[in-house]
Write a protein that binds this ligand. Structure first.
Ligand code: ATP
Ligand code: MG
Length: 298
């Protein structure tokens, strides 16, 4: 398809998808939180010929890439090459930026998330995001932080179901044991690493199929980073993860697949090379990949 075939979405400055979502019941979770239910089938994500602009400036060009179900995919590349922009395109957050435009397709389980009539809020529930800086609601209790996405996603839940969900989500995020006896304390009272795991729990509470993580450890110390990496590895069987990282060791530790993005001063960001992480790091096909993964630039 040509770049112009996809209608660049209208600029949305406020309230673009604020209409009340339909309420749906919470999906049943069989067994207790201890008896974690068997994972459901996992979803994959694919982009076709994705090109992105901020105003007149093209920052990504024709990015076609598949993020396979049940894998952890790492996106690497120097600062400014478009990794965060690409991530925000995947769950329709790019369109919230004034002046942003897009061409191409983003397919979640084969269906374009930008199809006419598709609700951004529904896409963002199915494709969750964790940011570079932990952003819990600081004055809100840990309990309320975890369930804060339910209302936004139009998910109804009884008190009992919410209790269950809080425990399950915190367990999956690897935080339960540290906070189970103080769920009423404010989110801002946790350490940075705990806050990031709280944000992961908050994302998991609405049962996303894909979890996007934009440098989730860059504000954390090595111990907290390790803990988050363990959490990511444990989540792999429940949710497909796409993680942006500047840390080459982290990409190698956590991901199975990897894509190397690169932009130059006069060319927009593109994927230079992608494939199994191990191959990209040990036997890259492109000399620019070799230079980057060996720390020779960026
Ligand atoms: N809101 C915006 N308005 C205008 N230009 C933007 C905006 N956000 C990003 N850009 C530009 O788009 C390009 C890609 O930025 P992006 O943040 O996606 O890069 P990145 O690879 O995530 O970088 P980093 O590794 O530093 O986080 C950059 O040139 C940046 O200046
Ligand atoms: Mg970024």
């Amino acid at each position: 398809m040509t770049e112009t075939a996809h209608p660049a979405f209208p600029v949305q400055t406020s309230g673009g998808d604020r209409e009340d979502p339909p309420t749906v019941p919470l999906p049943p979770v069989p067994g207790g939180p201890q008896a974690d239910p068997a994972p459901r089938a996992l979803s994959g994500l694919e982009t076709r010929e994705v090109t992105a602009w901020f105003g007149p400036r093209k920052v990504l060009e024709r990015v076609s890439f598949t993020m396979r179900a049940g894998e952890i995919t790492a996106l690497i590349g120097p600062s400014g090459c478009g990794k965060s922009t690409y991530l925000r395109i995947l769950n329709r957050m790019h369109e919230m930026v004034r002046g942003a435009a897009l061409a191409g397709e983003v397919l979640l389980e084969g269906e374009d998330v930008y199809a006419p009539g598709r609700r951004p809020a529904e896409v963002r529930r199915r494709i969750g995001m964790v940011f570079q800086r932990p952003n819990p609601f600081p004055a809100m209790s840990l309990y309320d932080n975890v369930v804060s996405g339910l209302k936004l996603s139009g998910i109804r839940a009884s008190r009992e179901e919410r209790d269950h969900l809080v425990e399950t989500s915190l367990r999956r995020a690897g935080l339960w044991d540290e906070v189970s006896n103080r769920l009423g304390t404010p989110g801002g009272a946790l350490s940075g690493g705990q806050q990031q795991r709280l944000c992961i729990a908050r994302s998991l509470a609405v049962s996303p199929e894909i979890l996007l993580m934009d440098e989730p450890c860059s504000a954390l110390d090595p111990t907290s980073t390790r803990r988050i990496e363990e959490t990511i590895a444990e989540l792999r069987h429940r949710v497909t993860i796409v993680i942006v990282t500047h840390n080459m060791q982290q990409a190698q530790r956590v991901s199975q697949s990897c894509a190397f993005f690169l932009a130059t001063h006069d060319t927009p960001g593109r994927i230079v090379e992608s494939g199994p992480t191990e191959r990209l790091f040990t036997d890259p096909a492109d000399p620019r990949t070799a230079d980057y993964v060996n720390g020779r630039f960026g």
